[in-house]
Design a protein around this ligand. Structure first.
Ligand SMILES: *Cc1c(COP(=O)(O)O)cnc(C)c1O
Length: 219
């Protein structure tokens, strides 16, 4: 049987070590436990081990798991227009916004009584034709459009680089700094997964999205 508490402890201590190595405060890094395809029972185990932030990739699955008393659900998967409604009121964050139309729908569907939905723009940082995300050169334009939407709050940038693109995290950090120099006031850089979260932290990640190292391999 998988020991979720032990896995979480190991990942957390590696996050602390990577932060200290980079002379960063470990408290500035949020661990998002990516529970996609895993049963609610494992989410409950992680909650019991003190984990508060969880990530899901599929709108329907988020909708089903949202009954759990999770502090922060992060939606991190590709989002189609016909699924935005399932996400707009169950997630606290959406990391995968890469077009205005999706953002407009989330903004329309977000309940007035809730705090604004936190948004990251997904960047196709390794310029892969099959991958979601906006090209780095298009990020500024989308950011300018997103800040006009009152029920959304632009928090930062997200990426899933190609595994061979070792300079990708550094380019993301540069892009993030350049946008903030334009006054966007973003505070979140969502990058790093089980295989590379330490490298992402070295480059400045504030949110790492870790699935396999916590919940085991997915089938
Ligand atoms: C599945 C997924 C993760 C987690 O990946 P692991 O390699 O299992 O840690 C992180 N981010 C996104 C966008 C994912 O789809």
């Amino acid at each position: 049987m998988i020991d979720i508490a032990a896995n979480l402890k190991a990942v957390r201590s590696r996050i602390v070590a990577a932060a200290e190595q980079a002379q960063r405060n470990p408290a500035d890094i949020t661990l998002i436990a990516v529970s996609k395809t895993k049963p609610l029972g494992l989410v409950q185990q992680a909650l019991g081990a003190g984990q508060n932030s969880f990530g899901e990739n599929y709108a329907q699955e988020l909708n089903e798991k949202a009954t759990a008393q999770v502090a922060d659900w992060h939606f991190i998967g590709p989002l189609q227009s016909n699924k935005t409604k399932l996400v707009a009121n169950h997630a606290a964050w959406v990391h995968s916004v890469d077009r205005l139309k999706i953002a407009q729908r989330l903004n329309e569907q977000r309940n007035e009584e809730l705090t604004p939905l936190n948004i990251c723009i997904q960047v196709n940082i390794s310029d892969e034709p099959q991958k979601a995300g906006v090209a780095p050169a298009e990020v500024l334009k989308l950011a300018e459009q997103l800040v006009e939407l009152p029920k959304l709050r632009l928090r930062g940038l997200m990426c899933i680089p190609s595994p061979t693109d070792t300079a990708a995290f550094g380019r993301m950090a540069d892009l993030y700094k350049a946008l903030n120099a334009n006054g966007f006031g973003m505070d979140s850089l969502s990058m790093g997964m089980s295989a590379d979260y330490e490298a992402a932290i070295a480059a400045g990640a504030t949110h790492v999205r870790v699935g396999t190292a916590i919940f085991g391999a997915r089938l």
